[in-house]
Design a protein around this ligand. Sequence first.
Ligand code: ZN
Length: 218
Amino acid sequence: MKANIQQRTEYVGTFTKATGEARTMRFTTSETNLQKRGLITVYDVENRGLRKFNLSTLIGMIAAVAPATGLFFATELRESRTMKDTLQFILAGNALFTVENAETGNRFTFKVRKPDDDKPHFVSVLTGADNEHDYSFLGTVFDGSRFRHGRKSRIAPTAPSARAFEWLLRRLSLRNDLPDQVRVCHCGKCGRCGKTLTVPESVDSGFGPECIKHLRGE
Ligand SMILES: [Zn+2]
């Protein structure tokens, strides 16, 4: 008999969406998957179909359901390194961030820099093992919303990274929510000045105390 069969437990999760709205869902998964914050499949009552959610993108409470006796433990999920306002972060002048799609497994790290007020934003993507230096120019963002692929870019406009950036910017510019399986995380650096974020509120917003004041116009 194979020993690698994972015990699956039924859970109930109450998750809070970015809009503040709470949803309760039942799902079964293994404890290992729960710990590594993997994908769960739930039946979406509203849309009448199965949907996949990445536990690492959800905030809320999860409880295991014991047969007959009801709930027997609860665990709290806390979102980390996603920013309150993703578009504001991306366009703040010195942004470094990772976009992940839990469904496809795609993951790209982008830099979006605006050297001064008169210049557009320049986008580059991590293409090598050295995450300090191995960035390749991808294109330019005009007026904070129009992405144009760089003619001098050595990355094809049809490359998954180029399409991912274009899609992300368009979606955020139109103020559309990102699908649940897509997650945008900062890398622990302020989106405006690039300094390391240490205060919990700064990690939540993606901006250091001085930069957030500046962005609020204080
Ligand atoms: Zn800063």
